[in-house]
Design a protein around this ligand. Structure first.
Ligand SMILES: [Fe+2]
Length: 409
């Protein structure tokens, strides 16, 4: 079956807001210009672009500007409104004024809900957004949305790939969910479908299973630039967008960092999503032999070798498992190779043009127990630095490389 390629932008936050400095707006416009060039130069044709909410900061002026940018993309663009998109103004303290009536938004942007099939894949994009009070919001999957979604799901055949896009992700908490009212009803309707849900809102990359349903969260297009602060503060997420490919009813994705030519991302460790690209990281707690899954992407070249080290200068090769728009790699770190309770797994990718790119994720090692699954630790910021001298490398190594790692040369 033909490969389908689509791109998700989320949380662009275009437009002025009293809460954020003008510099952040300039950087977001730069991101749009850079992403436009990157997407036009992609090796594969893009079928469409979906923007899953927070396209703008507030107001119709920003909506106008947003549309003039999106018109430059030579492909269909699907929008859905959520919190900031539905804000018509600023409060004097800089907070936005929330609204849950999409009428004005629809006048500018078109329909607020979409359901269509393309190249054998069915797509449903919608947001059951509700204002809670002037400061907060959540999604409410009420009877009206439930009836609408049930009708749309009748168009999906058994086994057909289905992608549902919304802004606010469903987050499991104890025996319930946060972010959505009636999330259980929504998830119940999706049982038995070959479905992936995609979202934004939290300005983080993540992937998990909720009640058996796969949910992928995508980092903010604005990245840390949304509020003009450096990457190690508040939202330490690099600006990017997610490229999806569906082939033979199987969906894969890659978070492309805007303006970066060569990317190595250690995406999962024993199935736990690391939330990268750095510096936003979820460290992983391990009890057994460990499977690494890495994705690499190069704009102009190709990764020919990928290796890992635990910081002891011994590099071990990993195997390429897939090669398309991006490459996928896999390898196993035997439990006995972890020589201390706290380790940093560093990945080094070598490109055909001899350049190199790196990624690194901290892991905590517990007593061996092969029946225990890996666990995610608390989110943190974690960065890599290079060191030219052996002395610097040893000094950093002795300081336990935390919360950053030195690339051994
Ligand atoms: Fe946002």
């Amino acid at each position: 079956m033909e490969t389908l390629t689509f791109i998700q932008f989320t949380d662009i936050h275009l437009g002025e807001s009293a809460a954020f400095p003008p510099e952040s707006l300039r950087q977001i416009k730069n991101n749009l210009d850079t992403a436009l060039k990157e997407i036009n130069n992609l090796k594969d044709n893009v079928d469409f672009l979906v923007v899953t909410g927070d396209a703008i900061n507030r107001g119709v002026e920003a909506a106008d500007e947003y549309l003039s940018y999106m018109n430059k993309f030579d492909m269909p663009v699907y929008n859905i409104p959520s919190s900031h998109d539905l804000a018509l103004g600023d409060k004097p303290d800089g907070n936005i004024i929330l609204n849950d009536d999409p009428t004005t938004w629809e006048e500018y942007m078109g329909p607020a809900k979409h359901s269509f099939s393309h190249k054998g894949v069915h797509f449903i994009f919608f947001e059951p957004f509700r204002k809670v009070d002037e400061f907060s919001s959540k999604n409410t999957f009420d009877e009206e949305y439930s009836a609408w979604l049930s009708t749309e799901l009748e168009k999906v055949s058994p086994g057909q790939a289905l992608v549902i896009g919304y802004h606010i992700p469903i987050i499991p908490i104890k025996k319930s969910y946060t972010g959505w009212d009636n999330a259980e009803q929504f998830l119940d309707l999706l049982q038995g479908y070959n479905v992936t849900c995609i979202s934004g809102h939290r300005h983080r990359n993540d992937e998990n299973m909720i009640n058996g349903i796969r949910q992928i969260q995508t980092g903010s297009f604005a990245g840390f630039q949304w509020n003009g602060m450096g990457p190690h503060y508040i939202f330490p997420v690099r600006a990017g967008y997610r490229i999806f490919q569906v082939k033979d009813s199987k969906l894969c994705s890659f978070y492309k960092e805007i303006g970066v030519e060569d990317q190595v991302v250690l995406e999962t460790i024993n199935g736990i999503h690391t939330m990268g690209p750095r510096p936003k990281i979820r460290p992983v707690i391990l009890h057994s032999d460990t499977v690494l899954n890495i994705k690499t992407y190069s704009t102009d070249s190709e990764f020919t070798e990928l290796e890992y080290t635990l910081g002891n200068k011994k590099w071990t090769s990993l195997s390429k498992t897939n090669s398309a728009l991006w490459e996928e790699w896999e390898g196993i770190v035997p439990y006995d190779k972890f020589h201390k309770k706290f380790n940093i797994i560093t990945i080094r990718g070598t490109l055909a043009n001899s350049k190199m790119a790196y990624d690194s994720v901290p892991v905590h090692i517990r007593e061996r127990n092969d029946s225990l699954p890996a666990e995610g630790g608390p989110e943190m910021t974690f960065e890599l630095m290079t060191s030219a001298s052996e002395a610097d490398f040893n000094k950093c190594k002795d300081q336990h490389d935390f919360p950053w790692a030195v690339i051994p040369r």
